[in-house]
Write a protein that binds this ligand. Sequence first.
Ligand code: MN
Length: 753
Amino acid sequence: MPDSTLLRTYDVREERLEILKRYADLLRAWKTPADRRDKEMVRKALDLALEAHKDMRRRSGEPYIYHPLEVAHIVASEIGLGTTAIVCALLHDVVEDTDYRIEDMTRVFGEKVGRIIDGLTKIKGIFDQTTESIQAENFKKMLLTLSDDVRVILIKLADRLHNMRTLDSMPPGKQLKIASETTYLYAPLAHRLGLFAIKSELEDLALKYTEPEIFATIRRKLEESEAQRQEFIEEFIHPIRKALQEKGLVYEIMGRTKSVYSIWQKMKKKEIPFEEVYDLFAVRIVIDTPPDQEKVDCWRVYSIITDFYTPNKDRLRDWVSLPKANGYEALHTTVMSHTGKWVEVQIRTQRMDEIAERGYAAHWKYKGSSGDTALDDWLNRIRELLKGESEEDALDFLSEFKLNLFTDEIYVFTPKGELKTLPGGATALDFAYHIHSQIGSASIGAKVNYKLVPLSHPLRTGDQVEIITSRKQEPHEEWLKFVVTARARANIKNALKEERRRHFTEGRARLEKLFAQLEVEDSKLNIYTFQLYTGRRSLIDLYYDLAKDNIGLKEARECFSQNEKTNWFRRISRPFARRQGVSKSLSEVIRTKLEDKPTDVVIEGGIDASVYEISSCCYPIPGDDVIGVVDYNGPTQLHRSGCPEAIQLMSKYGNRIVKAKWTNNEPVAFLTGIKVTGIDKPGLIIDITRIITEQHSLNIRAFNMSSKGEVMEGTITLLVFNTLQLQEILQSIQQIQGIRRAARLAPGDLSPS
Ligand code: MN
């Protein structure tokens, strides 16, 4: 078979020159002053990599060595790491792809380099899997290696960044997989490590492949508005410049445009077009000032800015006094410009800027000037969490890890005044587990600011928390309902699981007896049938509840009854029977469920209250894209396919998700919500109400209005028949004079009243 790559010829001399040029670039990018021995070591690493990869080419046809050279360049210039990391980056693919072994690396470059390359090779070996759960498990392993040496992760991120930059030469299928993996795992990780520049670039590159059209459109619009933006920024900073000079501050001012990805996130979240994203850019002021002057000088700059522009007092963020957990330090404020646009201003020192852009590696360089404990804290937390956890929890862990990343942080104090960082929404019990797992498990209550509160009490920044414990206490199932940290969850689950294991044998014996009593065969299939029927997630759960007498003869009889009316089979088989036009026996249905994956099952036949339930997190209405989550214990839950809750469920219980489709002629109205903003004027509410109740003869369930000055904001909950009707209503409202925007409420914003 003819292969075009075989026919290609390469200009080897040209390529050798290119390699030397890239090597020279690498040496220039290497900022830390290197002595002769360091340079020799890097040279040796390059020579070894050159030899090892000598006959290899990348998919693009380029010599393979370009890749490790570029990864080393990123490691040196964009993460700011030193000799060891540069050597490891040059060698990162050697053991995986060639005949060299780890021992060879250790012999030539020493123990440390050998260990890091070993870590990188292992990560790579397990990372090329496709399914979600394996991914999660690998991710755990990857984080575990963090405890050995953070450089493993940093080099891995550099490797991924270069692969993303050169993703064009991959086949489209692989592009998508690599891109979504990048959004899901690598970008959050980069964020957590404080590598802001790399995080943004990874997100943008991933979006370019997952949503090519959106990416191109936003980028084009950004380019088109560039000149205008520059002009605006110049005008905005003109008076500030002068004042800063007069005060004798050494500074640099720049306008920073938001990344394509974050603009897109904002458009999606607020359901607004590009033109309405007002904070497309931020003005950043970086000052050069000695460490002991940092705080004072940042506030001096703040004071100068607010001399010229009025600040929005709700949007002042002081991460100078209390840095974020990922190490970020800066002062943010949003001020009103003379053209009536809000502008975000970020104030940082050079040191803070370096940390913000390059993360912990940069942090190390400034060690001593600020605490290094946040990273250690984080690593400790992860390490503890991963200890002794079983594989089935990997996905839980992953979603919680992400959860922990994106919620805001709160700062609370121990009775001795020690500062602890917890995710927003954390409760007293989270705090207890944060201090120590034994304190968590033994806690019975807490004192927050000297007042007695239950364990479920949510904490707020500034709270001082004391935990009250009792030796008799044990973790309870209900605790899972109000803890938000991954550490607390894992600890509680483990304790509960332990208790459940103790009941395993007893429950098994009970089931055997029940089967004998009902003359049901004691087979694997029947046990599974019973587990599905009772809705227990695992055999451990099933046996626990049998042992505890939470389930028993009644359930078993219902499950295995021959009577069609009471038999559970009728309930779950309905959708299948409809699809296949025949009714099947229960065991057949279950076999089908086990054999062909039910992901493509189409639930048809309108809304039958006994089969469906509209989920109360996103309130889908006919016309929405919906999915169903099968609950073997009750009705199938319908969610809008973009509902965050549903996405989480999908990643956890892929096998219980079915595609659902609306049939069109159901005369049933569904709850939905609308949000309107506009200029407050008399008669506005009447106009809106008229459209809904008179033009469309629909019922309004609730109408909430609030106005700030001239601006009115309102939410209306109402009952509609389908999305088409909702669209019509929105359009009519939009045409009312004074209304600026009318849109459907996002999932999660609607609470029934
Ligand atoms: Mn690589």
